[in-house]
Design a protein around this ligand. Sequence first.
Ligand SMILES: [Zn+2]
Length: 208
Amino acid sequence: MSVRVDHGVTSGTFTLDGETFDVDNNVWVVGDDTECIVIDSPHSVDGILAVVADRKVKAIVCTHAHDDHVRVAPALRAETAAPILLHPDDRPLWELTHGGPGDANAALWDADLTDGQTLTIGGTTLHVLHTPGHAPGAVCLYAPDLGCVFTGDTLFRGGPGATGRSYSDRATLEASIRAKLFALPADTIVHTGHGEDTTIGAEKALLG
Ligand SMILES: [Zn+2]
Protein backbone atom coordinates (compact mmCIF):
# COMPACT_ATOMS: atom_id res chain seq x y z
CA MET A 1 0.00 0.00 0.00
CA SER A 2 1.35 3.39 -0.96
CA VAL A 3 -0.66 5.30 1.58
CA ARG A 4 1.41 6.89 4.32
CA VAL A 5 1.17 9.31 7.21
CA ASP A 6 3.32 12.43 7.18
CA HIS A 7 3.78 14.72 10.14
CA GLY A 8 4.77 18.27 10.91
CA VAL A 9 4.67 20.59 13.90
CA THR A 10 3.62 24.23 13.81
CA SER A 11 3.82 26.74 16.64
CA GLY A 12 1.49 29.52 17.66
CA THR A 13 -1.12 30.35 20.25
CA PHE A 14 -4.36 28.98 21.67
CA THR A 15 -6.90 31.44 23.03
CA LEU A 16 -10.12 30.66 24.90
CA ASP A 17 -11.98 32.29 27.77
CA GLY A 18 -9.78 35.36 27.55
CA GLU A 19 -6.47 33.57 28.11
CA THR A 20 -3.77 32.91 25.53
CA PHE A 21 -1.14 30.16 25.59
CA ASP A 22 1.83 29.29 23.40
CA VAL A 23 1.30 25.87 21.83
CA ASP A 24 2.93 23.46 19.39
CA ASN A 25 0.44 21.57 17.23
CA ASN A 26 0.84 18.42 15.21
CA VAL A 27 -0.19 18.43 11.58
CA TRP A 28 -1.04 15.00 10.17
CA VAL A 29 -1.27 14.35 6.44
CA VAL A 30 -2.64 11.03 5.16
CA GLY A 31 -2.31 10.11 1.53
CA ASP A 32 -0.29 8.62 -1.30
CA ASP A 33 2.08 10.31 -3.74
CA THR A 34 -0.65 12.21 -5.55
CA GLU A 35 -3.42 13.10 -3.08
CA CYS A 36 -3.89 13.60 0.64
CA ILE A 37 -6.13 14.69 3.48
CA VAL A 38 -4.87 17.27 5.98
CA ILE A 39 -5.90 16.72 9.59
CA ASP A 40 -6.11 20.08 11.38
CA SER A 41 -4.75 23.38 10.16
CA PRO A 42 -2.84 25.10 12.93
CA HIS A 43 -0.91 28.35 12.79
CA SER A 44 0.90 28.26 9.44
CA VAL A 45 -0.26 27.50 5.89
CA ASP A 46 3.37 27.28 4.75
CA GLY A 47 4.14 24.83 7.55
CA ILE A 48 1.25 22.61 6.49
CA LEU A 49 2.05 22.84 2.78
CA ALA A 50 5.62 21.75 3.55
CA VAL A 51 4.15 18.44 4.76
CA VAL A 52 1.73 18.21 1.84
CA ALA A 53 4.52 18.87 -0.70
CA ASP A 54 3.26 18.72 -4.30
CA ARG A 55 0.19 16.57 -3.61
CA LYS A 56 -3.43 17.51 -4.21
CA VAL A 57 -5.25 18.23 -0.93
CA LYS A 58 -8.68 16.57 -1.12
CA ALA A 59 -10.00 17.69 2.26
CA ILE A 60 -9.09 19.70 5.34
CA VAL A 61 -10.49 17.75 8.29
CA CYS A 62 -10.85 19.51 11.65
CA THR A 63 -10.63 17.30 14.74
CA HIS A 64 -12.35 20.17 16.57
CA ALA A 65 -12.66 23.94 16.29
CA HIS A 66 -10.33 25.31 18.96
CA ASP A 67 -8.51 28.17 17.31
CA ASP A 68 -5.12 26.47 17.38
CA HIS A 69 -6.58 23.69 15.18
CA VAL A 70 -8.61 25.74 12.68
CA ARG A 71 -7.13 29.23 12.51
CA VAL A 72 -5.59 28.87 9.03
CA ALA A 73 -8.18 26.46 7.64
CA PRO A 74 -9.77 29.12 5.38
CA ALA A 75 -6.35 30.27 4.20
CA LEU A 76 -5.34 26.68 3.46
CA ARG A 77 -8.61 26.22 1.56
CA ALA A 78 -7.81 29.31 -0.49
CA GLU A 79 -4.42 27.80 -1.41
CA THR A 80 -5.63 24.28 -2.16
CA ALA A 81 -9.34 24.56 -3.10
CA ALA A 82 -9.97 21.69 -0.66
CA PRO A 83 -13.19 21.67 1.38
CA ILE A 84 -13.11 22.14 5.15
CA LEU A 85 -14.88 19.39 7.11
CA LEU A 86 -16.06 19.93 10.71
CA HIS A 87 -18.55 18.32 13.06
CA PRO A 88 -21.42 20.83 13.37
CA ASP A 89 -21.54 20.59 17.17
CA ASP A 90 -18.37 22.72 17.18
CA ARG A 91 -20.15 25.65 15.55
CA PRO A 92 -19.87 27.89 18.67
CA LEU A 93 -16.11 27.36 18.84
CA TRP A 94 -15.65 27.82 15.10
CA GLU A 95 -17.57 31.11 15.23
CA LEU A 96 -15.30 32.44 17.98
CA THR A 97 -12.43 32.32 15.47
CA HIS A 98 -14.06 32.67 12.06
CA GLY A 99 -17.36 34.44 12.74
CA GLY A 100 -20.83 33.32 11.78
CA PRO A 101 -24.00 34.45 10.07
CA GLY A 102 -24.24 38.22 10.38
CA ASP A 103 -20.47 38.76 10.39
CA ALA A 104 -19.40 40.39 7.14
CA ASN A 105 -16.03 38.62 7.12
CA ALA A 106 -17.21 35.25 8.38
CA ALA A 107 -15.60 32.12 6.96
CA LEU A 108 -17.68 28.96 7.06
CA TRP A 109 -16.74 25.34 6.76
CA ASP A 110 -17.93 23.42 3.71
CA ALA A 111 -19.36 20.11 4.89
CA ASP A 112 -20.36 18.47 8.15
CA LEU A 113 -18.60 15.45 9.62
CA THR A 114 -20.89 12.80 11.09
CA ASP A 115 -20.25 9.86 13.38
CA GLY A 116 -19.70 6.71 11.34
CA GLN A 117 -18.87 8.60 8.14
CA THR A 118 -15.94 7.33 6.10
CA LEU A 119 -13.40 9.34 4.14
CA THR A 120 -11.37 7.61 1.44
CA ILE A 121 -7.92 8.78 0.40
CA GLY A 122 -5.33 6.98 -1.70
CA GLY A 123 -7.29 3.75 -1.39
CA THR A 124 -7.48 3.74 2.40
CA THR A 125 -10.40 4.60 4.64
CA LEU A 126 -10.66 6.94 7.61
CA HIS A 127 -13.61 6.31 9.93
CA VAL A 128 -15.05 9.37 11.66
CA LEU A 129 -15.68 8.79 15.37
CA HIS A 130 -17.62 11.56 17.12
CA THR A 131 -15.93 11.87 20.52
CA PRO A 132 -17.41 14.88 22.35
CA GLY A 133 -15.97 16.09 25.64
CA HIS A 134 -12.86 18.17 24.97
CA ALA A 135 -15.12 19.98 22.51
CA PRO A 136 -18.74 19.19 21.64
CA GLY A 137 -17.91 18.47 18.00
CA ALA A 138 -14.59 16.73 18.56
CA VAL A 139 -13.91 13.79 16.25
CA CYS A 140 -11.23 11.14 15.96
CA LEU A 141 -10.25 9.54 12.66
CA TYR A 142 -9.53 5.81 12.70
CA ALA A 143 -7.50 4.31 9.88
CA PRO A 144 -7.70 0.51 10.32
CA ASP A 145 -5.46 -0.22 7.32
CA LEU A 146 -2.76 1.95 8.87
CA GLY A 147 -3.31 0.73 12.43
CA CYS A 148 -3.65 4.24 13.76
CA VAL A 149 -6.15 6.77 15.04
CA PHE A 150 -5.87 10.56 14.93
CA THR A 151 -7.30 11.88 18.18
CA GLY A 152 -6.84 15.65 18.08
CA ASP A 153 -7.10 16.79 21.69
CA THR A 154 -9.44 13.98 22.80
CA LEU A 155 -6.65 11.63 23.92
CA PHE A 156 -2.98 12.39 24.51
CA ARG A 157 0.01 10.39 25.62
CA GLY A 158 -0.68 10.28 29.35
CA GLY A 159 -4.43 10.77 29.37
CA PRO A 160 -7.53 12.56 28.12
CA GLY A 161 -7.45 16.11 26.79
CA ALA A 162 -8.20 19.18 28.84
CA THR A 163 -11.73 19.94 30.00
CA GLY A 164 -11.21 23.04 32.13
CA ARG A 165 -12.59 25.59 29.68
CA SER A 166 -15.87 26.51 28.01
CA TYR A 167 -17.66 23.87 25.95
CA SER A 168 -15.64 21.04 27.57
CA ASP A 169 -16.89 18.31 29.90
CA ARG A 170 -14.72 15.68 31.61
CA ALA A 171 -17.40 13.02 32.12
CA THR A 172 -18.48 13.31 28.49
CA LEU A 173 -14.86 13.06 27.37
CA GLU A 174 -14.15 9.92 29.41
CA ALA A 175 -17.36 8.32 28.15
CA SER A 176 -16.32 9.05 24.55
CA ILE A 177 -12.86 7.62 25.07
CA ARG A 178 -14.16 4.45 26.68
CA ALA A 179 -16.93 3.88 24.14
CA LYS A 180 -15.17 4.84 20.91
CA LEU A 181 -11.39 4.73 21.40
CA PHE A 182 -10.92 1.90 23.87
CA ALA A 183 -13.01 -0.25 21.52
CA LEU A 184 -10.13 -0.11 19.02
CA PRO A 185 -7.35 -2.73 18.98
CA ALA A 186 -4.85 -2.21 21.82
CA ASP A 187 -1.88 -1.86 19.46
CA THR A 188 -3.52 0.99 17.54
CA ILE A 189 -1.08 3.91 17.32
CA VAL A 190 -2.54 7.18 18.61
CA HIS A 191 -1.44 10.27 16.68
CA THR A 192 -2.36 13.21 18.90
CA GLY A 193 -3.01 16.90 18.36
CA HIS A 194 -0.08 17.91 20.56
CA GLY A 195 3.01 16.00 21.63
CA GLU A 196 4.05 12.39 21.28
CA ASP A 197 2.29 9.31 19.96
CA THR A 198 0.90 6.67 22.26
CA THR A 199 -1.20 3.52 21.86
CA ILE A 200 -4.76 2.67 22.76
CA GLY A 201 -3.51 -0.11 25.04
CA ALA A 202 -1.13 2.14 26.96
CA GLU A 203 -3.81 4.76 27.58
CA LYS A 204 -6.40 2.15 28.51
CA ALA A 205 -4.00 0.85 31.16
CA LEU A 206 -3.46 4.36 32.50
CA LEU A 207 -7.10 5.43 32.65
CA GLY A 208 -8.30 2.07 33.93
ZN1 LIG B 1 -8.40 21.68 21.75
